[in-house]
Design a protein around this ligand. Structure first.
Ligand code: B12
Ligand code: SF4
Length: 503
């Protein structure tokens, strides 16, 4: 994407060198990807805003733009920057806004060179010395959890002080200069989550009466180290939000009659002293909301598992399990180390306790051929989940898998969340077919959940059929011309298969 003419009129607006007191010193922009039921403000930005508002020294404006709405236009973002003329511009970098952020930065530096640009979010947290090349024009990169370092940095800069080396180092803040000097190792994590503010209780995230859906966190970080996932890189020590805050948030959700609460914790059922307390509070409050928890199947086999399953059975709970693969070799390669005997036992318990659950699979993992994925899929079906969600592999920056991308011959689409296009073990046609089928499966699972019906999971075509199907459609071998980072040569998925063709 390149930003060209449309903003030309505003782009040349004159800019006073004397800073107007009516302007915001800080403009924080979030280019967001959200689901239809989501609150319009993402939790990451809201958490930063809640902390910032308590500790701020400058006038600030936080704005969200939703990328997946038909009327999204990047020129609206530029217009806001132009109109606000902030002293500091903050941007959250997520994989879904990768195709806009570098251009927004470039445009800002050309039209408002005096603006100090500060950037954070997962694309920065998991980036390395290449950040300078990837986002030219950024003045400060903040790696990690942004609430504290961001607020401290703005407060320092607003006093017209230059942050010293020790300050930058303590907060894992990097300038292009420090990165060029070879420093970019630390990621900031909040040891004591008590110092953060609740974006719900502070009304940064406005919750309406009978709110349909909220996302909620009770802890941060993950002790596992799956090689495709960025999440674990920030450190393995899981930290919980104190129960006092969590319980007040639950009481607030109850008062508001929130209908669905999606818990973001990577693994909710990790620490019994934490999660069973949260369950106990839900029970005591008599909360009627539907809860979604992401859990690990093996942990259901521990002593506390039975208590949790009873809780789930007696409340409106839906469990989600990212098994990702049923094959030992893949599990080992991705360092996930699934324990299949325990997984089978846990699945049996879920059925025995009549707890609804979804399984999640990834296709495109290392050492996974098309037929290997078919066998994973069949095993997942045998488990008779209430929903099955199938996702293509994202080759995410900073992960072990990303570092091995050449060895494993991954190509991926940098314009589309780094979704893989092929690997050493799967060819383009197979990937395209699976992407199309995955859409149908995921949609079917969602419909079944919403309508309280049973999901019908289709059989997957055999490898030979997929190849023949594409030959018929394209009249020949259809040699792929796909390149890493581009979309050229990819046939649209519609040409591969329609749901009617799945037998
Ligand atoms: C909720 C969620 C979603 C929601 C987003 C809805 C929403 N509006 O929030 C949905 C379901 C749509 C989604 C989709 C996807 N997601 Co998602 N998602 C998450 C999840 C589970 C929680 C995000 C969250 O709210 N976290 C809590 C807040 C407090 O943390 P945070 O957002 O990271 O923000 C902190 C820091 O990043 C930083 N920060 C953030 N912004 C800024 C800005 C500045 C200036 C500064 C200084 C700091 C800063 O400070 C914040 C506070 O500490 C995370 C995993 C996780 N547990 O974090 C994955 C995650 C964000 N998703 C990820 C991915 C890969 C995806 C998908 C591409 C594919 C997939 N398999 O899920 C799709 C993309 C959508 C699309 N089709 O284009 C990756 C992100 C990778 C990346 N580099 O951006 C994550 C990290 C999971 C992972 N596997 O590693 N996702
Ligand atoms: S995939 Fe899940 S379990 Fe694995 S490291 Fe990421 S958050 Fe943790």
């Amino acid at each position: 994407m390149s930003i060209t003419t449309k903003c030309a009129t505003t782009a040349h607006s004159s800019r006073s060198s004397i800073y107007s007191p009516n302007q915001s010193d800080l403009l924080f922009i979030s280019l967001e990807w959200s689901r239809p039921k989501d609150l319009r403000i993402p939790l990451g930005m809201a958490s930063i805003e809640a902390y910032f508002r308590k500790n701020q020294t400058v006038k600030a404006e936080f704005q969200t733009f939703n990328l997946n709405t038909p009327d999204f236009d990047v020129h609206d973002v530029l217009r806001v920057i132009d109109e606000t003329q902030p002293r500091f511009l903050a941007l959250g970098a997520y994989i879904w806004n990768e195709k806009y952020t570098p251009d927004v930065i470039r445009w800002t530096k050309v039209h408002h060179p005096e603006v100090t640009i500060i950037m954070g979010g997962p694309q920065v947290t998991y980036g390395d010395h290449n950040l300078v090349r990837e986002y030219p024009g950024v003045d400060y990169f903040i790696r990690g959890e942004g609430e504290v370092p961001f607020t401290e940095l703005i407060n320092t800069l607003s006093r017209y002080e230059t942050p010293n080396e020790a300050f930058l180092d303590r907060h894992a803040i990097y300038t292009p200069e420090t990165i060029r000097n070879g420093e970019c190792n630390r990621i900031f994590t909040v040891d004591d989550l008590d110092q953060l503010e609740s974006p719900y209780l502070n009304h940064i995230l406005p919750v309406g009466q009978n709110q349909e859906f909220v996302r909620w966190e009770t802890l941060r970080r993950c002790p596992y180290r799956c090689s495709f996932c960025q999440y674990h890189l920030a450190g393995h020590k899981m930290v919980e939000i104190n129960h006092g805050r969590l319980f007040r948030e639950l009481e607030y959700f109850k008062k508001k009659g929130v209908r669905e609460i999606n818990v973001l914790d990577p693994i909710f059922n990790l620490s019994p002293s934490h999660y069973l307390e949260v369950c106990r509070k839900i029970n005591v409050l008599g909360l009627q909301s539907r809860f979604y928890f992401q859990c690990r199947l093996e942990l259901l086999c521990r002593k506390d598992g039975k208590q949790f399953l009873e809780f789930c059975r007696d409340h409106d709970v839906w469990l989600e399990f990212g098994v990702q693969t049923f094959r030992e070799e893949e599990s080992r390669t991705i360092e996930r180390r699934n324990n299949y005997p325990k997984i089978n036992k846990a699945i049996e318990s879920l059925h025995r306790f009549d707890v609804p659950f979804d399984l999640h699979l990834i296709f495109g993992l290392p050492f996974q051929s098309f037929d290997d994925f078919r066998s994973n899929y069949d095993k997942a079906r045998e488990a008779q989940p209430n929903g099955l969600y199938v996702f293509p592999l994202n080759v995410l920056k900073g992960t072990t898998l990303y570092h091995k991308r050449d060895e494993w011959e991954y190509t991926f689409d940098t314009e589309d969340n780094n979704i893989f296009l092929k690997s050493k073990w799967m060819v383009e046609r197979e990937v395209e077919y699976l992407k199309k089928v995955a859409e149908d499966i995921n949609q079917g699972s969602k419909c079944a959940r919403d309508n309280d019906s049973l999901i019908q999971l289709p059989d997957l075509c055999k490898k030979k059929e997929v190849i023949n199907m594409t030959r018929r459609k394209h009249g020949g071998g259809g040699k792929s011309t796909t390149q890493s980072g581009g979309k050229k040569g990819i046939n649209p998925p519609e040409s591969i298969v329609t749901i009617g063709q799945i037998s």
